[in-house]
Design a protein around this ligand. Sequence first.
Ligand code: TRP
Length: 329
Amino acid sequence: MRQIVLTADRPSGKLHLGHYVGSLANRVQLQEEHQQYMMVADVQALTDNFEHPETVAKNVLEVTRDYLAVGIDPEKTTIFIQSQVPELTEMTVYYLNFVTLARLERNPTVKAEIAQKGFDKAIPMGFLCYPVSQTADITAFKTDLVPVGEDQLPMIELSNEIVRRFNRTYQTKVLKEATPLVGKVGRLAGLDGKEKASKSLNNAIFLSDSSEEIKRKVFSMFTDPAHLKVSDPGLVEGNVVFTYLDAFHSDKEEVAALKERYRLGGLGDTEIKGILNTTLQAFLEPIRERRAGLKEKDLRGILSEGMRAARTVACATLQEMREVMHLRY
Ligand code: TRP
């Protein structure tokens, strides 16, 4: 059944292969089956970057560029910027009535972020309340499905709680509860063998990396430190080269054969990295070219088209809300 899907990212810079495996690949599929909204969460990004608005603004365009480069099709997916839909802000204000300070302080994801960002002593309200603004993002479009990582589950739970309270209080069915879609898709390991590829750990391959950067990164990948000579048997588990081959090589049988050879001894790191390099170059070249070929004017055109479509829907929901809240003057 065709459903309404909402995805969102805080723009924190160019996207990497970890984002592709973790969410973008899934969204490219989802747009075929569902009505998908993809929001660039700049308002949320400002809650912990309000002193650097220029960085947030720049990242919004980078992320949009990456979306389009991997195959998000603006004819099928509505891509828009959070701050361009003011209806979301108004909804947030109404939702704040349905949540207590204690409830917000209990959110484990927000709690961890507060500690990590050193906000413990003075928590900005904007930051503490971002899960409420997320409720607006979700409900404005009468969203059915929200594809998220595990860390976002507390947000969806809170959102549904607010929905129930609002509907019960005003005796209405205007708002809809959403179901989180926790992907089967995994995480991609970092180049250094760390559990997660991330920009801050500087262990990721970006969708925008040049051919030379990709090659340099592939040849710097963590393999099996005990695999010294070509003839030595090598470990495939925990070997980043194989993790990436599993994720990006199209021929599973060939990968299985390579693993076997590596395990037995006789397959050197240089050869296997060469194979991965070829695989990733072939995967990333068209993405990089599409990315570079997108004119800023066209990006802005797509985003303003998205804004118009998103606002139309959000505005209709907001009207229904105002109706039941007796805000009809
Ligand atoms: N908090 C999400 C993140 O950090 C981004 C986000 C904003 C979001 N609004 C949302 C996610 C609504 C799901 C639904 O990635």
